[in-house]
Ligand binder design. Sequence first.
Ligand code: FES
Length: 151
Amino acid sequence: MPTPDPAPTTYEVVARVLAERKHLAGPLLPVLHGVQEALGWVPSAAVQPIAEGLDLSRAEVHGVLSYYHHFRQEPARGPVLQVCRAEACRSMGGEELLAHARQHEAHRCTVEAVYCLGLCAQSPAVLLDDKLHARMTPERLAALVDKRCAS
Ligand code: FES
């Protein structure tokens, strides 16, 4: 029976993403997005090879990485729940939903704030493991997290 291929290392992922995206205008953000898409986060070990690949300093890469909350600097715990904090969702209880999620769901998943999920007309909106959910309530959210965590 063949052994499964080991997961790619951070350096392998960075090398692949650099090869795909370093030619783009303003390549740092696309490269950071690519690494997070591949690994689920951007490890500190990725900073040096990204800096070398783009001819930037480590401080420049780290500055951008830490400025944007979108980029995870540690792996997510369980399912990733993103709660919208932009205006339409705020006006429909998004802040309360986020507070509820952080208080009640944070031990079962990674709770993150985001700024518009494109469902403004059906706010408040959340994204749970890349699936959008509209007109969310704390009760529906708890049921969704229960279901997602059970599967
Ligand atoms: S403001 Fe929340 S989805 Fe647009």
